[in-house]
Design a protein around this ligand. Structure first.
Ligand SMILES: Nc1ncnc2c1ncn2[C@@H]1O[C@H](COP(=O)(O)OP(=O)(O)OP(=O)(O)O)[C@@H](O)[C@H]1O
Ligand SMILES: [Mg+2]
Length: 368
């Protein structure tokens, strides 16, 4: 059992998020399109996949991360449908027959190869938006044929916006998402800024289409309980103070909790010193990565971020105290803070404090 995976958290490795799972499940059963929104590596994909497996609903997952053309989008969607069909019809021959029948009349061919179901699309056939409409309509048909709801998960959905100016595909997806009772839609992605542009602009097809689930960090008590149970199950010794220190250093950020704990799990007794030492060692290894991230910022943005890391956040970045520390006027600070927030370098916590979002970056900056 991998208690602290660096990839998706599933099964027993999925901690908490009870409210969000319930909310998402309800939306799926009601066919209410949902947008899952959160900064990078907060657990959007894990939440979607865990809820899908748990609900036992049929689903097709499309990850647009690697797409660079609209043709790639079609291919990714067909691959997702191929896997769905493979889960509905277990026998490979039956699966090919179902896929071939379902897509008959279109220039799409399914066949068997060593890797499973392979798909061939005639590249020159009709325009991508019509192809995608056809694919969605066929999935709807599949859902009626089996009288089962099917969930479509569009992950890294911002790629569509980055690939094409053309909103035709978004319009086609909206049309089906709004009208279908049989299909449920989940959208997510790691670029919040672009997703906001896609879903908040009244001139774009996705305006007001979705209910939203915003992910925060995982609850401290739930994490504490999870880590102490994992320790008992895997015969590790870790006391409450050391767990508290893990959660303090990682600031409850799901990815960093898993990074740190997976390193600590190499030991049989985990002390406070080991926690501090492991985290410090990790931040030293990652320094050049942090430097690359900081290079993408302007000097004033970097300065504001550094101060926020050192003072552990502020609710008044325009105060004279902050201006003196930053040696910058209030207007420049406001601009820098706005961009840092938009790019997910900082966030505003529940008490209205602007804080550095990434605990690794905070630690490296605060140390210097
Ligand atoms: N509920 C959870 N319980 C335990 N660990 C989790 C949970 N959710 C996410 N994680 C961990 O956090 C990390 C990021 O998860 P995931 O890839 O799902 O996030 P994401 O928001 O989709 O990331 P990205 O923005 O890169 O797409 C992984 O290491 C995963 O194991
Ligand atoms: Mg993801």
């Amino acid at each position: 059992m991998d208690y602290f995976p660096l990839s998706l958290a599933s099964g027993g490795a999925f901690c908490n998020r009870e409210k969000e799972q319930k909310h998402l499940k309800y939306n799926l059963l009601e066919s209410r399109p949902t947008l899952i929104i959160a900064p990078r590596r907060y657990g959007k994909t894990s939440l979607a996949m865990h809820t899908l497996h748990d609900s036992k609903l049929h689903f097709a997952a499309f990850d647009f991360l690697s797409a660079v053309t609209l043709h790639d989008i079609e291919k990714i969607m067909l691959k997702g449908v191929g896997s769905l069909i493979g889960r509905i019809e277990r026998g490979p021959k039956k699966a090919v027959k179902l896929a071939t029948d379902l897509f008959s009349g279109l220039s799409i061919k399914f066949s068997l190869d060593t890797l499973g179901l392979s798909i061939e699309i005639n590249k020159k056939s009709i325009d991508p938006a019509t192809n995608i409409l056809n694919i969605l309509e066929r999935i709807e048909k599949l859902s009626s044929q089996y009288n089962k709801k099917i969930v479509l998960l569009f992950d890294e959905f911002q790629r569509l916006y980055q690939i094409s100016e053309n909103q035709a595909i978004e319009s086609v997806i909206r049309q089906i998402a709004q009208s279908s009772k049989q299909l449920s839609f989940i959208f997510s992605g790691s670029n919040r800024h672009i997703l906001h542009q896609m879903f908040n602009d009244r001139n774009r097809p996705f305006y007001k289409l979705c209910d939203r689930i915003t992910l925060d960090r995982i609850d401290e008590n739930a994490y504490h309980h999870y880590i102490s149970t994992a320790a008992i199950e895997s015969s590790k010794t870790i006391d409450s103070k050391a767990i508290h220190r893990v959660l303090e250093l990682t600031e409850l950020h799901p990815y960093y909790v898993n990074v740190l704990c997976s390193r600590l799990w190499r030991l049989s007794t985990i002390t406070m010193d080991e926690v501090n030492h492991s985290w410090h060692h990790y931040t030293v290894e990652e320094r050049s990565q942090v430097a690359n991230e900081l290079d993408m910022l302007s000097a004033s943005q970097r300065k504001c971020l550094t101060i926020l890391a050192r003072i552990n956040g502020t609710n008044s970045p325009r105060s004279s105290e902050f201006q003196i520390q930053a040696e910058m006027p209030g207007t420049t600070i406001t601009q820098a803070i706005n961009i840092l927030e938009k790019k997910d370098y900082i966030y505003k916590d529940a008490k209205g404090y602007y804080k550095s979002l990434d605990p690794l970056i905070s630690y490296v900056l605060a140390e210097e």
